[in-house]
Design a protein around this ligand. Structure first.
Ligand code: CP
Length: 318
């Protein structure tokens, strides 16, 4: 296993089983700090820089919360328009990162362009954590998803996953890379116009990922232990709610929805539902009160996961 000290966390493509296991061990070690809400001083004297070029609720705030929990400092931007990278200068990633690397010890970046965090890592002398890059990947989210699965089901091998949603999304890329390291099978369900790209499909085949495309959630849900969801309809976020009017967002077809009724009639009793959130109507709110929902547990685990990653890349734990 490669050391995590100073390592960029850009992609799950090259993560090995031992990498996942080590991160999960550190999560278990650090979770009591988050659970008891008694902040520690493991990263006192270290500073996290958040460079978010795209909106985020969970990823940015969970990463910042993680740094605070470990006694570190946080500075950064959540709206690039207020920086030279986002105004008419459109300052390059290279030039921006050459500044940021002197302001702190680790950079957490979200960007609308695929590959932007990797470009940042080329120029930064400090670790870069990819917090979501365009259609690329979302490693910290999927690490949280898998840690949640490990905690809730006790294992990652021998499980069947149902991946529902837009298969071009970054979470879907990261989770399918990750599953290559486990004895796992995935059913993939999404609209044909949002299916896995041919290049990605080739990569999955090269990596021996076991997956099968299916037409609807209903067709395969009874075989699945983990139901992993993303929306297939999105609001036009370039317009305000008022501009969009009441009917601005389409309704999710039944083939891509998970409802209480479907869970009652077809799901395994112990199946869990994960969702990276935010959700649309693919996952009605009344599912929250079923035994299957684990996406709120993910809110807690998301902080723990970022604590572990920060502690590892900054060398506070081996
Ligand atoms: N899961 C996730 O990436 O959520 P945010 O966009 O709120 O960070």
């Amino acid at each position: 296993m490669r050391s995590f000290l100073g390592r960029d966390i850009l992609s799950l493509r090259d993560f090995e089983r031992a990498d996942f296991q080590r991160i999960f061990e550190v999560c278990d070690e650090l979770a009591p700090i988050a659970k008891t809400r008694r902040n520690a001083d493991l990263l006192s004297g270290k500073t996290l820089l958040t460079a978010f070029y795209q909106p985020s609720t969970r990823t940015r705030l969970a990463t910042e919360a993680a740094m605070h929990r470990l006694g570190g400092h946080v500075l950064g931007f959540s709206d690039a328009k207020m920086t030279r990278a986002g105004d008419f200068y459109q300052e390059s990633i290279k030039d921006t990162v050459h500044m940021l690397e002197y302001y702190g010890d680790v950079i957490a970046m979200r960007h609308f362009e695929q590959g932007a965090p990797a470009e940042a890592a080329r120029w930064a002398s400090i670790p870069v954590i990819n917090c979501g890059d365009g259609w690329g990947e979302h490693p910290t989210q999927v690490l949280t998803d898998l840690y949640t699965t490990q905690k809730e089901l006790g294992r990652l091998d021998g499980l069947t996953y149902l991946l529902v949603g837009d298969m071009r999304m970054r979470t879907m890329h990261s989770i399918l890379y990750a599953l290559s390291q486990f004895d796992a099978k995935a059913y993939v369900v999404g609209p044909p116009e949002m299916s896995l790209t041919p290049e990605f499909t080739r990569e999955l085949e090269e990596r021996n990922v076991r997956y099968e495309e299916a037409f609807s959630v209903e067709d395969v849900i009874e075989a699945c232990d983990v139901i992993y969801m993303e929306p297939v309809v999105q609001a036009d976020y370039t317009a305000s709610r008022e501009e969009r009017g009441g009917g601005g967002v389409a309704t999710t077809p039944a083939t891509y929805r998970v409802t209480r009724q479907l869970l009652r009639e077809k799901a395994k009793p112990g199946a869990i539902i994960l969702h990276s959130l935010p959700r649309m109507d693919e996952l009605p709110a009344d599912v929250d009160q079923t035994r299957h929902a684990r996406y709120w547990q993910e809110a807690f685990n998301g902080v723990v996961m970022r604590m572990a990653l920060l502690a590892l890349v900054l060398g506070a734990v081996e």
